[in-house]
Design a protein around this ligand. Sequence first.
Ligand code: SF4
Length: 876
Amino acid sequence: MQTTTTCPYCGVGCGVKAEIADDCVVAVKGNEEHPANFGRLCVKGSSLNEVLGAEGRLLNPVVDDEIVEWDSALETVAEGFKRTIMEHGPDSVAFYLSGQLLTEDYYIANKLMKGFVGTANVDTNSRLCMSSAVAGYKRAFGADAVPCCYEDLELAELIIITGSNAAWNHPILFQRMKAAKAKNPNLKIVVVDPRRTATCDIADLHIQLKAETDSSLFTGLLSYLARHDHLDYEYIANFTEGFADARANAEFTFPDVDSVAKACDLPIMQLRTFFEWYAKTEKVVTFYSQGVNQSASGTDNSNAIINCHLATGRLGKEGAGPFSITGQPNAMGGREVGGLANQLAAHMELNSPEAVDCVGRFWGSDNVATSAGYKAVDLFEAIEAGKVKAIWIMGTNPAVSLPNADQVVRSLKQCPLVVVSDCMAHTDTVALANVCLPATGWSEKNGTVTNSERRISRQRSLLPPSGEAKPDWWIISEVAKRMGYEQAFNYDHPYEIFKEHAELSGFENNGSRAFDISQLQDLDLKSYDALKPQQWPVTDAAPYGTARLFADGKFFTPSGKAQFITVDPHDPLQQPCDAMPFVMNTGRIRDQWHTMTHTGRTSRLFQHREEPFVELNREDAEKLNIKESELVKLKNIQAEYIGRARIVDTDQRRGEIFVPMHWNKQFSAKARMGALVQPAVDPFSGQPEGKHAVVNVEPYNPAWEGWLITRKPLDDALPVEYWSRVPKESASLYYLADSIKIEDMRSWCQQQFGEIDIWLEDANQKSFRAAGLNGEQLEWAFFRMPYGQIPSTLWLEQLFAETEVNMDQRRFLLSVTGCELEDPGEIICSCYQVGSHAIEDAIQQGCNSLDALGNKLKCGTNCGSCIPELNGMLGK
Ligand code: SF4
């Protein structure tokens, strides 16, 4: 049987066709009819069926480490929240939600807290993702409304990709831009990024600006457009306000291109080219993402971008507009229902008495919150300060992802009631919960999500829930009923919630709010099940949705005009100093997602990058005496991080480093980048400055290094300073290192891994090898040896699939000479498992183009995520 659904990873929101047989998703492929992806999927989407199954799932409700019945767990949560509210008031409780929740889940969580408990202490991990883009749109347009659609990427003649490694983070949109460029030779692409990333593969121009100078660049561009008479005076006069001030300030701050070049540390000729292209091209899309948002100037960055579009009237037209791309699958759905602590519901504001009255009448509640609650960073500080005493975290992992993540851990450890709903049993945050509630995961959930172009799509349930797992909307509703709100939370199916959400969007709206899907309020179960992807607003006037907003020049501000915002660029809050001279940038890698709770379940997605790493410039590395693949320690006033050095040339600016955001305590000893990020936030959006932490960088010099391969992952963290776990098909591989010498390695191994059956020690070579068997089966093998000498582990991995290890294999095992399987090198093409060695060989044999490599090895011929790396290997 085949069912259509939506990928749960990124904000592109690709349509998926899932093949189901015997209660298993046996295959997935892109849905050719879905307008987000037209049949394509990236490597993460195409491995969705590999991350399912009961292993690692949270299967039962757990209270104080004991498995309990649902009724008892729900009662514990309801009683705990009721008691806390009674004793300390409604603002002593909070929810921390997630852009992975479905809109129906989000709606119910928001309704309970803001509508009935009477607190706006409901924030979400979307605060870390795009809250600055939201604040920017609201300041400019009076509404959190993305004006563009994906088709604009194909219709544009200039695309500026800023603060986004789209090739890795939004791969299908990258593929669409790449295809558009191939089709239209006039399309120019400019990438603005302090790093040279895989996205630069399609760039005509890479603006490698100094970190955190985005608002200088775009304010400088506004100055250039004004000084060179490239303005749309009619548009400015008819549809905007505030231009004179914004223009005067831009021209005063950046009187010439030279001043912008100095502020951004860029070659002046490069800037001139960029500014000229912008000035002379009508159809311009600025495509921006976390690199713009995760900044203490994130909102100003957004408005600096929007100002340029308003000044040239490039908005609400085909192929033009400021296009914020969300990181998470349903960040937009969360924004629709009011999932942020400073929103009410359906694009209504907490500080508007009319809106509070309207929502109160709609929900039948006289206890609607009237002021903003704690935003993410403030929320966990309020918990540590004892102001918030009960928190419910749903589907997210703040102990890893939030800035000052060690503070988050401290705050949760001392919070009297921590409830966590999650589908996974082992996350850094679940480990801190008093109550764990098993939630359904992708393939079991049923509801809707909204992608970056405002397109609402169905995420359909494909399989029955694992164990005792329940949908989030059901869990919240059951708690709400037990808190005394039976009537308002009496739902049997998510379609009832969706209908209510749609009805509220149109309730007393009359064109005053951008978000309006009232045309969908009469759906019945059948039509909800069959709902086709469509872009809001969906109204009487636009019953099939709306591709672009603001074509009529009418905005949602009090005057109906768009607002120019005067932007004063300023330095980041965290400044390098002698003790912490490096700027740390953070971000995603190609094959992982968030804190690996899902993508960490398949070995395939580790083949591209196995371990946490630190990418740094070659000259910096030489100065610090750091060599490729050696371990590096980062340190600042908050925490330490250990990862493997990846040395690059000009891809990384001197004085700046990059670390991935994914690793956590389930996968590595000290690789939570959030622990290093200081809690500096944007003053308007509260979004943390996640891409600009300051750190010291030094080589980590271990007294010994080794590796372990074991059938079962270890229950507890190893007592070594560095370990990193890499899931394999039938085993787990660990890389280990420590600065403390171990005198008796044999005893240490026995203590850590169990009985030793065979071992070999060479005191001169300082090597030690040991293995443990269970009967005739290999259970674990440990090798003390420097990282650089580790051979391919493929042969050993295969031993774990065998029922018996024979005498020859035991001999080989200790000498590591049985590795006759060819080492593929780093896996470049995850779809077809093509390693760097095969690609290098093929290039040597004369394959000098992507087509030639694709014909020979198939690499790059499926999702295309590896094409930039293939091009790099081809020297293109
Ligand atoms: Fe999923 Fe990849 Fe599409 Fe994002 S681009 S929605 S991760 S398939």
